[in-house]
Design a binder for this molecule. Structure first.
Ligand SMILES: Cc1cc2nc3c(=O)[nH]c(=O)nc-3n(C[C@H](O)[C@H](O)[C@H](O)COP(=O)(O)OP(=O)(O)OC[C@H]3O[C@@H](n4cnc5c(N)ncnc54)[C@H](O)[C@@H]3O)c2cc1C
Ligand code: FES
Length: 278
């Protein structure tokens, strides 16, 4: 059993942070990897990326958006309560190296995922700019941490309530126009990653994205998380979740995520089996 040691609500309670005791996972986990959690015996398996790990304390931190049945169940868990299962670390770790000038773009809860990657890229000696965005000021998360993890920091809100008025892509385009950038890492909603890739393709800048495909087993067995990368089928759970953005078929990914929602609307219940979700 995996005890919750710290619990914090962010973005008006729509995002929750849990620090969980999981010593064996904390010892091995690297930035970019994820875990699959189950709250109780009848709960579903939900993939979440580790936002932080502390091998000395034996803890991992997850930050999740409360969107449906399982994340609402997770939200009801308080400090001292336990997740029944936490499996991981899963997926490939982010390939981290010194490349020069890097821009890290995070949207929504993608900011939680990109934070450890941004910090590691800075520690490796890269010059790191960070851009984070949210629909409105109250939904922004980890602003201070992203500021500390980067050399130059930009914040955007869709409604102009804070920082730059508009999307993260506008700030990114501005940077690419003025500076020589070697790598962009973008993690957030699928449309955000798709449009970041369209822009970076124009400027011929290598771009890494993290794909939140529907997952069931997380170990390459069910085929549920299949994505098309450069015309080839890959499994996001074992071949990813990070891929070269310019090779990703984002329209297919969006379609597969929407198909799941449509099924859910018809049946008004959640599916956890590969035959229906996949
Ligand atoms: C590798 C990976 C890492 C992720 N990391 C994070 C993270 O750090 N923070 C965060 O907020 N979210 C993350 N997600 C998304 C998160 O898993 C979903 O939001 C969550 O599963 C929703 O479950 P629900 O029952 O509350 O919502 P539901 O209402 O059932 O679903 C809402 C939407 O969530 C997605 N979803 C539902 N079940 C799954 C599933 N089994 N696998 C993948 N997506 C699903 C679908 O797009 C669905 O339409 C990640 C997804 C993946 C694949
Ligand atoms: S979740 Fe990737 S193959 Fe099953």
């Amino acid at each position: 059993m995996f005890e919750i040691l710290k619990r914090e609500e962010m973005a008006e309670g729509s995002v929750v942070l849990n620090e969980i005791s999981a010593p064996r996972i904390a010892e091995k986990a690297k930035p970019g990897q994820f875990v699959i959690l189950k709250a109780n015996e009848t709960g579903e398996r939900i993939p979440l990326t580790m936002a932080d790990t502390d091998p000395k304390k034996g803890t991992i931190t997850i930050i999740y958006q409360v969107v449906g049945k399982s994340t609402n169940l997770f939200k009801s868990l308080q400090v001292g309560e336990k997740y029944q299962d936490v499996i991981g670390p899963l997926g490939k770790a982010t390939h981290l190296e010194k490349v020069g000038n890097v821009v890290c773009v995070g949207g929504g809860t993608g900011v939680a995922v990109i934070h450890p990657i941004t910090r590691a890229l800075k520690e490796l000696g890269n010059n790191v700019k960070a851009i984070i965005g949210a629909r409105t000021k109250d939904l922004l998360i980890l602003e201070d941490k992203m500021k500390a993890a980067s050399h130059e920091f930009f914040v955007c809100t869709d409604d102009g309530s804070y920082g730059h008025h508009g999307f993260v892509t506008a700030v990114l385009k501005d940077i690419l126009e003025k500076e020589d950038i070697q790598l962009v890492v973008a993690i957030g909603p699928v449309p955000m990653m798709k449009f970041v890739c369209k822009i970076t393709e124009e400027y011929k800048v290598k771009t890494i994205v993290s794909l939140n495909a529907i997952m069931v087993d997380g170990t390459g067995m069910c085929g549920c998380c299949r994505v098309s990368i450069g015309g080839e089928t890959k499994f996001a759970c074992v071949d990813g979740p990070e891929f070269e953005g310019h090779l990703v078929n984002f329209d297919e990914l969006s379609q597969r995520l929407q198909a799941y929602l449509a099924e859910e609307a018809i049946a008004n219940e959640k599916y956890a089996c590969a035959c229906k979700a996949g």
